[in-house]
Design a protein around this ligand. Sequence first.
Ligand code: SF4
Length: 289
Amino acid sequence: MLQICLEGIKDRLIQGESLDNLDRIPIESEDLLDVLYKGRQARLHVLGARGCPFSCAFCAEHSRKIRLHSVEYLFEKLKLIVRKYHNLIFFSDDIFTLNKQWAYDLCESILRAKLKLRFFANGHIRYFDRNLLIQMKKTGLERLCYGIESGNQEILKLIRKGFTVEEAEETIARTRETGIEMNLLYMVGNMGETQQTIQDTVDFALSHNTQKWCSYAIPFPGTEFRRQAVLYGKIVSHDYDLYTNDHINYLPHGVSAEFLENARNKILFELYQRYSVRQRLSRQLKRLF
Ligand code: SF4
């Protein structure tokens, strides 16, 4: 495996049995944690659970089996990270709010120990719980991410997102009531898209005054999207180094790359604006001091 990593061999799959008891994975030793976290100013990624019960057509997450670290394990790891590095954490779990009791208890441990955290986490439109969100906010939640993907009902159904546009609207409104900031994530150029469905996503995104991000849909091998890709459009790149959110690798029938790019830019425009204002401010501050 090391040889594959070191020599960059990309044409082999590494497979193994999944581990049911995640706590059997030892917490990384301090020198390994240094490699992961030392000197990083950005958010430090921590994984509390693995697996997702949904089957979104584009998603490369294949494990439906949910496995969680115990609250005690995770709390120990957080203590170590926060004390040694810094306290800005991103819980990279597919859905942090999936197991309410677990998430609530983890927050409770952090609060009880007065561990000062600032964190980001992924939620899910179908897993909204007001009490849990309030608890997360008290614990230091700065922003909750929701993968909305599309503002068009037919596309949400085709990509098997597991919720409706109406449900997305409702959860966004209810989350807003808690005062928690959101980051809404979109995707353009999925299978089955037309110019109109993409426009619906742009309209949906712009109708919500939140932080947002938009990716180009990627036909990852092994996904339902990939299996159906040619039925609905054309894979325009087979170079897996380009399979990132910023590259157009797939074009649905009747949609040009230019149209996709414009749609994405409209969604990201606000983000660019905020970023350039921040850049300008920081340049001005540097000049002053
Ligand atoms: S996109 Fe998110 S909700 Fe859908 S299967 Fe993947 S991890 Fe689960």
